[in-house]
Design a protein around this ligand. Structure first.
Ligand code: SAM
Length: 171
């Protein structure tokens, strides 16, 4: 099962940090690919530096026509929105299919057509918060926490400590 994240409404400069955080969360929480609706090479640069050092890989692509991309996606299309069905009430159904998943997150304003283009509108609680938080919680529920124990095979590796920091170099 492949997990692709589609980030809509990226704005240059203003959203650089948030979109980079989305890429970091996507990588660390087990997604395979991030697709953004605006070409911003800074995001690719930041994430490839992290992957180079800490391992793992996250493919990053850009789409001009996000609507067509969503329509042509083969798999389950899931839009994260505070207005959707509470995640506690729909996650079992989402998890029951091993089809690829397109997880769509918005920015300040989401095009209204998205609600009817998808298979699921999912709320990570029905209160407004953040696309970064929504994505992290969704992926963690999908993978049932197992993604947090994944090996990334990087140049550097953390040896977990109760106190202090221990980092070893080499695979
Ligand atoms: N009105 C927006 C909405 O539909 O959720 C909130 C905008 S918020 C600044 C940006 C993005 O964060 C949204 O497009 C959505 O993907 C995500 N988001 C915010 N709160 C959420 C929630 N409670 N559940 C799921 N996603 C949420």
């Amino acid at each position: 099962m492949k997990i692709i994240i589609l980030r809509l409404g990226h704005r240059f400069i203003r959203d650089k940090r948030v979109s980079t955080h989305i890429a970091l969360v996507a990588r660390a929480f087990g997604a395979d690919e991030l697709v953004i609706d605006v070409l911003d090479k800074n995001i690719v640069k930041s994430i490839s530096m992290v992957c180079d050092e800490w391992g793992g890989d996250l493919e990053i692509n850009f789409v001009k026509d996000w609507k067509r991309f969503v329509e042509e996606f083969h798999g389950d299309r899931i839009h994260l929105t505070m207005y959707g069905v509470n995640i506690n009430d729909c996650m079992d159904k989402i998890k029951s299919s091993d089809r690829d998943k397109l997880v769509i997150i918005g920015g300040k304003k989401v095009p209204s057509e998205i609600y009817s283009l998808v298979d699921y509108n999912v709320a990570v609680g029905n209160q407004p918060h953040s696309e970064v938080a929504a994505l992290a919680v969704f992926l963690d529920r999908l993978f049932e926490g197992k993604e947090l124990k994944r090996e990334f095979d990087g140049k550097k590796r953390i040896i977990p400590q109760e106190r202090g920091k221990k980092v070893v170099e080499g695979r």
